[in-house]
Ligand binder design. Structure first.
Ligand code: R5P
Length: 326
């Protein structure tokens, strides 16, 4: 026999960490494939063990993990999964981290500080990841930290469509909660017909974590429906101070739209106590029943992730998912 048949058939496999299995299930359902059976458990001292129950040789692997609390454990588990896949001869490994932990540590504010967002990228690369898939990074530049392709997906169009369907666009102002997110506010404005934008002049003491001092509203918000946009709500300090400032400046109603509902510590109590009209987030992170409240709307990013995974697997186009333009 003078020839051998080479099979070019690719196999897509989905793997889920234990951070938020319901999101992985939803992505698998969208794709119409099961998650690869995986055993994972913790040793008595907290060390994590993972083993896949089926052969993964030659597959195109997508490893979904939400970097939810306890964030370090979820990240470590995902790294261990990547390592196991590499050692079991997966052909390509994509880390799917809808919320990329440590994204806020993307630069040194003062001397002797780490750049942990970069360290994260290096850890994934070292473990064996070929590419990263993330949603609404804290700052886009983080893409450059990873030595390989990064699929930076945007939940913004989904959030903007939802908000746009509920408000009077002639009385709408998009509000950035700080000067750093004005570009994103402009993108929201484009999607919602060119409404005006405003921003809150926020200052922060880098020595005090999770504490911001909200300054004044820059822009016209009197009588307007304001939509405050942010990448994440962590302790909700930033957002609730922005809501207060906007009402004090005459806003008629204030809607908050953020991709990642971290909801740490006092977040839910602060949001419940604030005069915010509605809080719209995605399910990039789990939100337990106790953290749900009237006026909270959760949109699923599972269809977005599934579409991106399919496009990456089929070498299709994901540009529309990257920049929010269709
Ligand atoms: C800050 O630059 C981020 O974009 C968020 O505004 C901030 O991390 C939210 O944190 P918190 O809810 O604790 O104020």
């Amino acid at each position: 026999m003078s020839e051998i048949r080479l099979s070019s058939e690719k196999r897509l496999r989905l793997f889920s960490g234990r951070g938020f299995p319901e999101l992985s299930d939803a992505v698998a359902a969208e794709l119409g494939i099961p998650l690869t059976p995986t055993s994972a458990y913790d040793f008595a001292n907290g060390e994590v063990f993972v083993r896949f129950e089926e052969s993964v040789r030659g597959c195109d692997a997508f490893v979904i993990q939400s970097h939810t609390t306890p964030v370090n454990k979820q990240i470590m588990e995902q790294l261990i999964m990547v390592d196991a896949l590499k050692r079991a001869s997966a052909k390509r490994i994509t880390v799917v981290a809808p919320f990329y932990g440590y994204a806020r540590q993307d630069k040194k504010h003062r001397g002797r500080e780490p750049i942990t967002a970069r360290l994260m990228a290096d850890l994934y690369k070292t473990a064996g990841a070929d590419r990263l898939m993330v949603v609404d990074l804290h700052t886009s530049q983080i893409q450059g930290f990873f030595d390989g392709p990064v699929d930076h997906l945007f939940a913004l169009p989904m959030l903007a469509n939802y908000v746009g369907s509920k408000v009077d666009r002639t009385r709408l102002t998009i509000v950035s909660p700080d000067s750093g997110r004005v570009r994103v506010a402009e993108r929201w404005s484009e999607l919602l017909g060119g409404c005006p934008i405003a921003f809150i002049h926020k200052t922060r003491d880098p020595r005090v974590p999770n504490e911001s001092v909200t300054g004044k509203v820059v822009g016209e918000v009197d009588g307007q429906t304001c939509v405050v946009i942010d990448d994440m709500i962590d302790t909700a300090g930033t957002i609730t101070k922005a809501v207060d400032a906007l009402f004090a400046a005459g806003a008629k109603e204030v809607i908050v739209a953020a991709t990642h509902a971290v909801f740490s510590g006092p977040a839910v109590e602060r949001l419940k106590a604030s005069k915010v009209t509605e809080v719209v987030v995605t399910d990039s992170l789990p939100i337990d029943e106790d953290s749900r409240f009237d006026g909270l709307t959760v949109l699923s990013i599972a269809p977005l992730l599934a579409r991106a995974i399919r496009e990456v697997f089929e070498d299709g186009s994901v540009t529309s998912l990257f920049d929010g333009h269709s």
